[in-house]
Design a protein around this ligand. Structure first.
Ligand code: LLP
Length: 755
């Protein structure tokens, strides 16, 4: 701040008077420059509060005022967006600025606090956004000062525009930070009392509050659970606050108890499973802005799920695999794709020990839910079938960080196909050496990144790529272990869109190209050719084509003894519907073992680990009879799960609750809300009679579901919920996207551009 004063001498009246013929013009220019300087000094991630504080202090000095304040209100409500004051109490500042808000030019403001008050509304593009006030005890404001204030107001407009950009970012960071704090507590504290007291500390810290009271409601009685109090409020005041926090549905300020002037209370409910579970009240002697309301909402919503979890933990001891409750049969078709983790219990669909409907009550639909238990079970089956092999989970099938992290912790490496996937694998905790970087079209940037991060393998898919990677490695002064991806020209028994090993596919190198490269390996001294890679397709219905591919591969590499690793790719299938006779990992192991003998082996399964560990939940919006069909129109469609639309893939669709009456069944097309005829999740689906509002689960959606989701029709992508290994705890691993997320990368046209 001092910098602006000394640079511009705006406070040096003597000098100003000598400087120019029109003192107003000179002063106005200097003021404008000083305000611009403050605005421009704010960095992208700075809190605009500092900017407004600086502006207020500058104006106070400039006008030789005893007090100065800027109060900004939300466009669509009366809520306070920001307040900056100097020499004025917050309450006065708010009253005065609200009065000033109605003035379109600087005018004296009648008030009970000050002899002289000069105020002006802050009006941006015709919209009143707040007020600006100057106060003095000793002498009135002059006409000259009124003119100057009008100029200041114009300059503040551009500071507000700047602030708006920063606010969003700051707010998001504040919320994320608080949510992480709560997630951390939830994961580390099981005792509910301890948890509640830790939340209280988070609230105190996040809001610089002087006290917090946490209330619990039970059977229409509310009791105080926890008080953290630096003000030492008397017991009757605490009880009065408890009473006023009783029936809130959103965060809001509640009345200040008598005898505590200036104290402001903000309260918010905890809602668990649609039921009001309790409330949090925070208090301090400073106003809560709209950003604080939002932050409290974010925190209490996260506490909701943590409390619900701790209640569940109290009720249940984590079950072991063997003691899982038995399933209630649904339909024969669905039964065949249900498993130990995703199954019915008392006519309710469960994911491990949690009723899926309990999760929906808290997070809504559409939503992806994954069972780590099931994923780890699948991983361990593959590890048991191929005990010597390195299993690299294929992140293209599911790149959720919590899923990757759990698999990594249980010994998996990661198969990646882009810089982004490498980034995520590292973020999830992968050892760089256990990352394979494959992919048909890697850019030089991605290759640089992979090399820089020391990934374990780069799999090469064409001759130019070998030369490029060699050049990059040589510049970096490194050598890199590589596998050549072989296109063995076999036709896999799978859907043509996911077959990759036939000669006509874009994937891999021909046998001739591989021999060409290996025979000239001296020309690429920075590449260590140690592996051969094949992946003939996904969802393989038998082992025959893989056996054949491996036979050809063995022939190809026999003359090159330095090729010591065979990466057999992914492709192990998952059961999507009944009646599919599918090979198990053990079947693959038995069939391939003779051909793999003497080699190190890498596998890259994706689907077989995560498909049946995940489900997608949709809500029925409408039941529509049209033509001779019944359509169940849901809030979930090809934007969430594109597989049925893209490959005509089959997913079982089942109700979350099986009705206990025999109300009959219906056969319907389950469709989404997207404007495409192919926006279908299932055709001819047989279900118990379904009503609007009912919930449906789309099974086997853990692989190639969320990773292929899109924002088509400007639909925010759904959240991902991850159930921990204990089968009891769950958390929002990725939150639901918002409309703001959708426009965050775009420049915004000015408002009101319509004619
Ligand atoms: N390795 C390579 C080189 C791959 O191309 C793939 C899958 C995998 C491993 C993993 O395959 P998995 O074990 O998951 O079958 N979006 C399609 C599937 C595309 C598969 C692409 N490559 C779907 O939804 O069915």
């Amino acid at each position: 701040m001092m910098l602006y004063f000394s640079q511009l001498n705006i406070n040096d009246n003597t000098r100003t008077h000598h400087m120019a013929a029109d003192p107003l013009q000179t002063e106005a220019l200097q003021l404008t420059l000083a305000l611009d300087n403050i605005r421009d000094s704010i960095e992208e991630d700075d809190d605009p509060q500092r900017m407004f504080d600086d502006i207020v202090r500058l104006l106070q000095t400039q006008f030789d005022a005893d007090g100065c304040a800027v109060v900004l209100l939300q466009e669509t409500s009366d809520d306070i967006e920001a307040i900056a004051t100097s020499g004025l109490a917050q309450g006065e500042a708010i009253d005065l600025c609200r009065a000033a808000m109605r003035r379109s030019e600087p005018a004296a403001i009648d008030n009970p606090y000050w002899e002289y008050a000069l105020g002006n509304g802050i009006i941006l593009k015709g919209l009143p956004l707040g007020g600006l006030i100057l106060t003095r005890r000793s002498h009135p404001f002059t006409g000259h000062e009124r003119a100057l204030l009008a100029i200041a107001e114009k300059q503040i407009d551009s500071a507000i525009i700047q602030a708006r950009m920063n606010w969003k970012l700051i707010q998001r960071n504040r919320e994320l930070n608080a949510i992480y704090q709560i997630d951390h507590l939830r994961d580390h504290i099981t005792d509910e009392d301890e948890l509640v007291s830790a939340f209280a500390d988070v609230l105190i810290q996040q809001f610089s509050a002087q006290f917090t009271i946490i209330v619990r409601f039970q059977d229409d009685v509310s009791t105080v659970r926890q008080v953290e109090d630096r003000l030492r409020l008397p017991a009757d005041v605490v009880q009065a606050i408890r009473a006023s926090a009783a029936d809130l549905s959103i965060p809001q300020t509640i009345p200040t108890p008598a005898g505590f002037p200036g104290l402001i209370l903000l309260a918010a409910p905890f809602i668990v499973g649609g039921r009001r579970f309790g409330a949090a009240v925070i208090g301090r002697k400073a106003v809560f802005t709209i950003a604080d309301h939002r932050l409290l909402f974010a925190i209490t919503s996260q506490v909701d799920s943590a409390l619900a979890q701790s209640a569940r933990l109290a009720e249940q001891t984590p079950p072991t695999g063997a003691s899982l409750p038995s399933a209630t049969p649904s339909s024969a078709a669905a039964d065949s794709v249900l498993n130990d983790s995703i199954r019915y219990q008392d006519r309710q669909l469960y994911c491990d020990s949690v009723a899926v409907s309990d999760i929906i009550a808290q997070v809504g639909t559409p939503v992806y839910i994954y069972s780590l238990r099931r994923a780890l079970h699948n991983l361990s089956e593959i590890q048991a079938a191929f005990p010597e092999a390195h299993v690299h989970f294929s992140a293209k099938s599911n790149a959720n960080l919590a899923v990757l992290n759990a698999l990594i912790k249980h010994g998996a490496g990661i198969d990646t196909v882009s810089g982004g996937e490498i980034h995520r694998a590292l973020l999830a905790g992968a050892d760089p050496q256990s990352i394979v970087f494959a992919g048909v079209g890697k850019t030089s940037n991605e290759l640089f990144f992979a090399l820089d991060q020391n990934v374990g393998w780069v799999n090469i898919e064409n001759v130019e790529e070998a030369n490029l990677l060699n050049a990059i490695a040589s510049t970096a002064g490194k050598t890199i272990r590589t596998a050549l991806r072989f296109n063995p020209d076999v036709t896999a028994n799978t859907h043509p869109h996911i077959a990759t090993g036939h000669g006509g596919a874009k994937f891999g190198l021909s046998a001739d190209a591989i021999r060409w490269l290996l025979d000239r390996r001296n020309e690429t001294p920075n590449l260590r050719y140690e592996g051969i890679h094949i992946h003939i397709g996904s969802q393989l219905h038998d082992t025959t084509a893989t056996v054949e591919a491996l036979r050809v591969t063995r022939e190809l590499i026999a003359p090159y003894p330095f090729i010591t690793t065979i990466d057999i790719g992914g492709g192990l299938p998952s059961r999507y519907q009944s009646g599919e006779a599918l090979p198990t990992p053990a079947d693959f192991a038995t069939a391939l073992k003779p051909l793999l003998d003497g080699y190190d082996v890498i596998l890259e399964p994706g689907r077989s680990i995560i498909a049946d560990a995940g489900l997608l939940v949709a809500r029925v919006l409408y039941v529509k009879e049209q033509g001779d069909q019944t359509f169940l129109i849901t809030d979930t469609g090809m934007t969430e799960l594109i597989r049925p639309a893209l490959y005509n893939a089959h997913h079982e669709i089942v109700p979350l609750t099986i009705p206990d009456t025999t109300a009959g069944t219906m056969t319907a097309a389950v469709v989404g809300p997207v404007c495409e005829t192919t926006d279908v999740l299932g055709r001819n689906v047989t279900l118990p009679a379904v009503q609007p509002g009912d919930l449906l689960a789309i099974l086997n959606a853990g692989a190639y579901g969320m990773v292929m989701a899109s924002n088509y029709n400007s639909r925010p992508r759904p959240p991902e919920i991850v159930l921990d290994e204990d089968g009891v705890r769950w958390h929002v691993s990725r939150r639901r996207e918002t409309w703001q997320d959708l426009d965050q990368y775009e420049a915004k046209p000015p408002k009101s551009t319509h004619k």
